[in-house]
Structure formats: structure tokens, C-alpha cells
Design a protein around this ligand. Structure first.
Ligand SMILES: *[C@@H]1O[C@H](CO)[C@@H](O)[C@H](O)[C@H]1NC(C)=O
Length: 367
């Protein structure tokens, strides 16, 4: 009965016995947060590869660079001087994509030429006064300070703005040229596309199944274990079943939490702990400071604060671009751009690789 082949097994829904098939045969997987499908073609990892595999030389980052506009005491592009900060440091982006006072362009008269007003604020937040540390090399209490600041910003900007996007672009490969540990926070008067789609999907699931999508998902993954990378009593980091980037992860609280500012002090400590462990594994994978784009998604804010958002569950997405080595990146081009997202190694293989890696960082912080 169980030997009749991949598709029969799929119908029998026996997840563990499916794995051999999943690694041998291409198949589609559903992403319930985006209502899209990803093509998984694991057998392609076997194809010969003539590309570069060696690790680039470790970049030397000085602890303090007098010309880096993010360092304490330095002058930024607009002539402002940074304070001599010793923890996190927040300032308005000197080249903001969103400003609070942009004029309303009007809605447009034709359905093919619609427009709307875009208003908001863009802030930059340094995680630490030193340029030569990253989150996994920071002390736990230093990471908690970052989390507290994130929560404070969502509380403050979210009191009026419908969406507050916290995101970190790390590494030159992700278009971030400044090595100083920092993130950005953009608050907007509109719900951007990705959270709007995620909102619709979570709402529809909740209506149909009577439980928040990601709460049920976390429970399932905690039981199955095959995609879990790191877990604590309050948190779970998994390579999602529908991951598109090779080592993509989803970071979730186990409790039903709507927004980052709803986390208790204990949950923030737990978050600092799991972030450091996950990011250490990321760095250890190719023994480099692992590039990625990450960001937080929680229930919408501003006018949505008074609405029922029980379908939402707070989560962070990590999207790292690397595939085979420190230099071989996955490109989302060709088929991905024109047809559908595709991945090579299975999410289970990626999770196992990450899970097996040490939680001791390959580099030690000197101080
Ligand atoms: C992970 O570790 C287990 C146990 O040591 C080993 O059997 C397995 O091959 C490893 N997997 C990967 C992908 O490194």
C-alpha cells in the first residue's frame, strides 16, 4: 500500500514517509501566507556545478570608522552629528522614501491609472555602537535592548500609522553597503502589498478553520520536528514548508501574540536567545557573516487597532540569498520572475543542515 508511489503517498498524508519522494521528485508546495505555490526540484542539487565555491577573505571591519555615518560621534550626510551612543541609536533616515507631508495626487480618473497619497516616516536604528559586531556576536542583554526598541517603535508609530515595517538588510549581497549593525523602520499611511496579502490569507484561514493560521502551523511543526532549526519554550524557528529562498526561516512565538510590543519581558529574552542561536548557525553555515533581508510582520496598527485582528500571529521572515557557498547566490530570475518561484534543495534538507550546525559562533568577539 505504501509502496505505490509518490502521488498515492501524498493522498495518504503520511508526512514522514514522503521525504524520500520529496528529495527525488519535483513537486509543488503551497504557501498559505501568500496563496502561491513554489516548485521544489530537489534533484537539481545533483547537477554539476562549475562555479566558484571558495570562501572570500574575511572582511576587516574596524570597530570605529571615522567616516562611517552610523558610528557614534560621526557626522551624517545632512550635517547632523551622532551622539556618543552606547546602546541602540535611532534617527530619521537622511534620504527617506516616505515623508509625512507628501501632497495627495488624487485617485486618478481611469481604472488603469490609479494613484493614492503615500505618507510616512523612515527611521534608521543602530543596534550597537561598534561596527565590528552583528546580532549573533552581541550579548543577549544587548539584543534585548534592540527588541525593546522595536516594540517601542511599533507602539509609538503604530498609534497612528496602519503599518510599521521593521526590516534589516544585511550584507553587500542584499544591497547593504554599511557593515555597522543596523535596521530600518518605515511607517506608512497604507498597508503595503506583502502584509495586505498575508492579512487576507490569515483572515480566510481563521474564518474557515477557527484558529490562527500560524498558531496551528507552529503546533504542527513543533510536533513534526523535521523543519525545526532551533526551538525554545516560547519560540520556534523553522524552514517553512513553502520556503522559496534556500535557507529561508520563519521565526514564531508559540503563544498567540499579535504584535511585537505585546511580548512579555520573558518572551523578549527568549527571542534574543533564539535570534542569537539562529543567526550563529547562519554565520556558521559558510563561515561568513551571513547576508539576508529580515523583517517583522504583526497585526496592522493605527486605525486597525480597534478592529478584530485575532487571525494574526506575530512572526519574522528571514530571506537569505545564499545557496551553495559563501559566494554562490540564488537568483530569483527567469522562471521565478516569469512563471513561479522555484527552489533546489528541499526545506527539510535545509533545516537539517542548519540544525546540525554548532551554536558556537565560528568567530569570537574580542573585548
Ligand atoms: C546531520 O547530523 C546527523 C547526525 O550526526 C547525520 O546523520 C546527518 O547526515 C547530518 N545531516 C547533514 C545534512 O549534515
Amino acid at each position: 500500500m505504501r509502496k505505490i508511489g509518490c502521488f498515492t503517498l501524498l493522498l495518504l498524508a503520511e508526512p514522514t514517509s514522503l521525504t524520500p519522494c520529496f528529495t527525488k521528485h519535483q513537486h509543488l508546495r503551497y504557501n498559505p501566507l501568500r496563496d502561491t505555490w513554489v516548485l521544489v526540484s530537489a534533484h537539481r542539487m545533483k547537477r554539476p556545478w562549475a562555479g566558484q565555491v571558495e570562501k572570500p577573505p574575511e572582511e576587516h571591519v574596524p570597530r570605529h570608522d571615522p567616516h562611517n555615518p552610523l558610528c557614534p560621534g560621526n557626522t551624517r550626510a545632512n550635517g547632523e552629528i551622532n551622539p556618543d551612543y552606547d546602546s541602540t541609536f535611532l534617527f530619521e533616515n537622511d534620504f527617506p522614501a516616505l515623508q509625512p507631508d507628501a501632497p495627495d495626487p488624487g485617485s486618478g480618473q481611469h481604472p488603469l491609472f490609479q494613484s493614492r497619497a503615500a505618507r510616512g516616516v523612515c527611521k534608521v536604528m543602530c543596534f550597537h555602537p561598534w561596527s565590528d559586531v552583528t546580532l549573533p556576536l552581541m550579548k543577549k542583554e544587548e539584543v534585548v535592548k534592540v527588541i525593546d526598541k522595536w516594540a517601542e517603535l511599533v507602539e509609538e508609530l503604530g498609534s497612528t500609522y496602519p503599518w510599521v515595517q521593521i526590516f534589516e538588510n544585511k550584507g553587500a549581497m542584499m544591497g547593504c553597503s554599511n557593515p555597522h549593525p543596523h535596521c530600518q523602520v518605515w511607517a506608512s499611511n497604507f498597508l503595503p502589498n506583502e502584509p495586505a496579502l498575508s492579512d487576507r490569507c490569515q483572515r480566510a484561514f481563521h474564518q474557515k478553520h477557527g484558529e490562527p493560521l500560524l498558531l496551528q502551523y507552529a503546533k504542527q511543526e513543533a510536533e513534526k520536528k523535521e523543519r525545526v532549526v532551533v526551538e525554545t519554550s516560547d519560540w520556534l524557528a523553522v524552514v517553512p514548508y513553502w520556503a522559496t529562498w534556500p535557507y529561508q526561516t520563519l521565526l514564531l512565538p508559540r503563544r498567540h501574540v499579535l504584535r511585537i510590543n505585546d511580548l512579555t519581558a520573558e518572551e523578549r529574552e527568549g527571542l534574543a536567545d533564539i535570534m542569537r542561536r539562529l543567526l550563529t548557525k547562519y554565520d556558521n553555515l559558510f563561515e561568513i557573516s551571513f547576508p539576508y533581508s529580515m523583517g517583522w510582520h504583526g497585526a496592522p496598527t493605527g486605525p486597525h487597532l480597534t478592529e478584530d485582528n485575532s487571525h494574526w500571529q506575530l512572526h519574522a521572515h528571514y530571506y537569505p540569498p545564499l545557496l551553495r557557498s559563501a559566494t554562490v547566490k540564488k537568483f530569483m530570475v527567469g522562471y521565478e520572475m516569469l512563471a513561479q518561484e522555484q527552489r533546489d534543495l528541499t526545506p527539510e534538507q535545509a533545516a537539517e543542515k542548519l540544525r546540525n550546525l554548532s551554536e558556537e559562533h565560528y568567530k569570537t568577539r574580542d573585548n
